[in-house]
Ligand binder design. Structure first.
Ligand code: SF4
Length: 356
């Protein structure tokens, strides 16, 4: 009791643990690579059940009675395979190419575009032949010389969430450190970055954290690290000398969005160590969805409060051969102006790379 008042219990937020899959599949050939053998050892040490599969693209017998259960189980299933396609996809506007080290993610962000792009394969795939991927990246760099070539490692996954299993980001960072014309970048919603801190990176890797208004994180981003964990990790990354950035995505128009985004940037300004605010970039991406995504999200997260009313949106032809629905110009303009103003209010030296 303090001054006769009953003390309120302090609410503690549980730390987000690194991902441990429920089930692992191995392609037999993956075990011929040191990374595949090391993952097998880890799986045995953790006592995780595993099976063999002929192809990392054909996992069909996942447990679950309904589609929703199967989807949930798929997101807790890891498939270890050899990456055969070494032709990299483009990754505009954040980089020239997507560099493939993993596909799929264990988190449950309601709005995630992987729901549609991964179609019937929402399980998590990691690739053991990182040397082949690095050789392909080297060729892309050489082809574009003397231009700088940027590679995005988080187009189809959140690789930080898998780094304790694969170590693949560490290999890419170390490779890129000695490439005068190569740059790596990736974005994450996880805070498990400690293994990356001692690496030699030569400033050639930019690590960005995905952040959002508290309402968006709480409502739509289950199974990711919380805001404080992400900001603490961002401070560590900056102290390790990496170029740092933030992606505010998806920017969502909800009742009270001004307060939410103003508070986000204020808290970020107050929490981030001052030396982390030099050379800071922001990327701003408004919420968008396709009709296919809307159907899937409604099936998989039936209680989601994510607003996807086509009548309230503007349609835009997307590169996946479908219309995507973004906010009408007036709302886009308001979001962009407001967030830009609050970024510069809190971080006068920051750069905004794009708003899309
Ligand atoms: S963390 Fe990123 S990749 Fe994973 S579900 Fe969320 S948005 Fe998708």
């Amino acid at each position: 009791m303090v001054n006769g008042l009953k003390e309120q219990p302090v609410k503690t937020i549980k730390p987000t643990k690194p991902f441990i899959p429920d089930l692992v599949y191995f392609e037999p050939d993956s075990l011929n690579y040191p990374k595949g053998a090391a993952i097998m050892q880890w799986v045995r040490d953790q006592d995780i059940p595993y099976r063999m599969t002929t192809s990392h693209n054909r996992i069909t017998n996942l447990p679950g009675d309904t589609d929703a259960q199967k989807y949930k189980n798929a997101k807790r299933t890891l498939v270890v395979g050899v990456r055969k396609t070494l032709k990299f996809d483009q990754s505009k506007p954040s980089a020239e190419y997507a560099i493939p080290i993993s596909t799929g993610c264990m988190a449950h962000c309601h709005y995630c575009y992987l729901q549609t792009t991964l179609g019937a394969k929402p399980y998590i795939r990691v690739y053991v032949n990182t040397d082949d991927v690095i050789s392909a990246a080297k060729q892309y760099i050489d082809e574009r010389a003397p231009e700088i070539t940027r590679f995005e490692a988080a187009c189809t996954s959140d690789p930080v969430g898998l780094e304790h299993i694969t170590g693949s980001l560490a290999e890419l960072i170390t490779f890129m450190a000695s490439e005068e014309l190569g740059r790596l970048r990736f974005v994450t919603k996880f805070h498990h970055v400690d293994s990356l801190l001692p690496l030699q990176h030569n400033g050639h890797t930019r690590i960005r954290f995905s952040i959002n208004a508290d309402y968006v994180i709480r409502q739509f981003e289950p199974a990711t690290s919380n805001f404080s964990e992400r900001i603490e990790a961002a401070g560590k990354i900056a102290h390790a000398g990496y170029p740092l950035g933030f992606i505010i995505a998806p920017i969502i128009w909800y009742d009270g969005w001004q307060d939410g985004y103003a508070d986000l940037l204020k808290r970020l300004g107050e929490t981030l160590p001052k030396d982390a605010t030099e050379d800071l970039t922001f990327e701003l991406i408004q919420h968008r969805f396709t009709k296919t995504a809307k159907t899937l999200i409604e099936q998989r997260y039936p209680k989601s409060k994510l607003e996807m009313d086509i009548a309230k949106r503007k349609s835009k032809w997307g590169r996946w051969g479908q219309y995507k629905y973004v906010y009408p110009d007036e709302q886009q303009h308001a979001l962009r102006e407001f967030i830009t103003e609050h970024i510069f209010k809190n971080f006068p030296k920051a750069t905004i790379d794009y708003f899309t």
